[in-house]
Design a protein around this ligand. Structure first.
Ligand code: AR6
Ligand code: MG
Length: 368
């Protein structure tokens, strides 16, 4: 319905197609985040699933005749929904509103698989009546803050909301919204990197990606993001450019093409619950799945991204969700096979939020 309205307002077919294509990329990103979470959750924390188990999992789900209940989303999506709805209702970033939504959502449905420490932040926010919404996250882990991937896993709506904004704004909102729960620089900078990756994917027309340039551009941006600030707590001799270093390693893995094994990815980039051991892995999954991957049957590139991310093991739901939100932003919703739509809880909500975020964009003069 929203798309129809936009089309009616526009003049000329080319403009209509361009608008529709971008709307599809917004939908793809939100749907991709949800699908990676729902499809990856059954494998979280287990030892790496075998190639035959995963191939038959995806083959079964692709069968239109398969009748199974949809897969539930976890904390990744619960929090992504809060971020999106807060940006939509407040027409921008409002720290108190977002914090209240996180807390309300958690106490409504606490069994969505939240990280074990972030729930202390929710309790403290509630107990202190949201007086200083950044304070509870700041005292986590003896004042060092959390470096879990919980801020990165929910960040896609910020990239959508900031579609037309300069990188500085993307970084600013990604960082500030992350600080509500993750005060460690690895925690919030991981979210910034993930947000920049989704933002770049949204701005790259499908089939036009230069993967080396995509990563080099992220390296350039992260050199600025990670340049030490006054408020940063760094240990003696600690390298402040952890994400830059990881992205450089990612480039080296890319040079080795399809020969890179899951163990190599685990050793080089990580597959864990911490942001610095999962955000670069999600970005690598997106890049690796641009082309066919040995042992991965999925021939649809979007599904291949999620399938590949899950095949790495470890924090499968979160890595697949982050990879899915980048892949969906790049390929667009129309590339997600229809047979998979019914397998994830509340897909229609993700689409609705994507459409609302799309509608909030300031139209360029050429589009009106
Ligand atoms: N020092 C030591 N361990 C840490 C630190 C630190 N500074 N920071 C994080 N951890 P949390 P999240 C470890 O609780 O980031 C779900 O499964 C510590 O073990 O802040 O929201 C989702 O699917 C801590 O419990 O939550 C995601 O995968 C853990 O990191 C994930 O949880 C998570 O940090 C999101 O978790
Ligand atoms: Mg997880």
């Amino acid at each position: 319905m929203i798309l129809k309205n936009l089309i009616r307002k526009s003049h000329g077919m080319a403009v209509v197609e361009a608008v529709e294509g971008l709307a599809g990329k917004f939908r793809g990103s939100m749907a991709g985040a949800l699908m990676g979470d729902c499809l990856g959750a059954p494998f979280e924390g287990e030892s790496r699933a075998s190639r035959s188990v995963l191939n038959s999992y995806f083959r079964r789900l692709a069968d239109p005749a398969l009748k199974v209940p949809y897969k539930l989303y976890t904390d990744d999506t619960a929090m992504t929904r809060c971020v999106a709805q807060s940006l939509i209702d407040e027409k921008g970033y409002c720290a108190t509103d977002m914090a209240k939504r996180f807390v309300k959502e958690y106490y409504n449905e606490p069994k969505r698989g939240y990280g074990s420490n972030v729930t202390d932040v929710f309790a403290a926010l509630r107990a202190t009546k949201f007086q200083d919404v950044y304070a509870p996250a700041g005292i986590q882990f003896g004042g060092r803050g959390s470096y879990g991937n919980g801020a990165a896993m929910r960040i896609a709506p910020v990239a959508l909301f900031c579609y037309d904004a300069p990188d500085k704004e993307v970084v600013h909102i990604a960082k500030d919204s992350s600080l509500l729960t993750h005060a460690n620089r690895l925690g919030y900078n991981g979210a910034v990197l993930q947000c920049l990756a989704v933002h770049q994917a949204l701005h790259t027309p499908a089939n036009k990606l230069d993967s080396v340039k995509f990563i080099e551009s992220l390296i350039t941006k992260m050199k600025t993001v990670e340049a030490p600030k006054d408020e940063d707590i760094l240990d003696e001799g600690e390298n402040p450019f952890i994400y830059v270093k990881k992205l450089e390693k990612l480039l080296e893995l890319m040079e080795q093409g399809d020969s890179v094994t899951p163990s190599q990815v685990e050793d080089t980039l990580g597959v864990y619950i911490s942001a610095h051991m999962s955000v670069p892995t999600a970005i690598y999954s997106f890049i690796r799945a641009l082309n066919p991957v040995t042992n991965i049957e999925s021939d649809n590139a979007f599904l291949r991204t999620i399938h590949y991310a899950i095949s790495l093991g470890g924090d499968t739901d979160t890595i697949a969700s982050m990879a899915g939100s980048i892949a969906g932003a790049y390929y667009g919703f129309s590339e997600i096979p229809e047979s998979f739509h019914r397998h994830c809880e509340a897909l229609s909500d993700a689409i609705e939020q994507a459409d609302q975020l799309f509608k909030m964009r300031k139209p360029k003069s050429t589009e009106t």
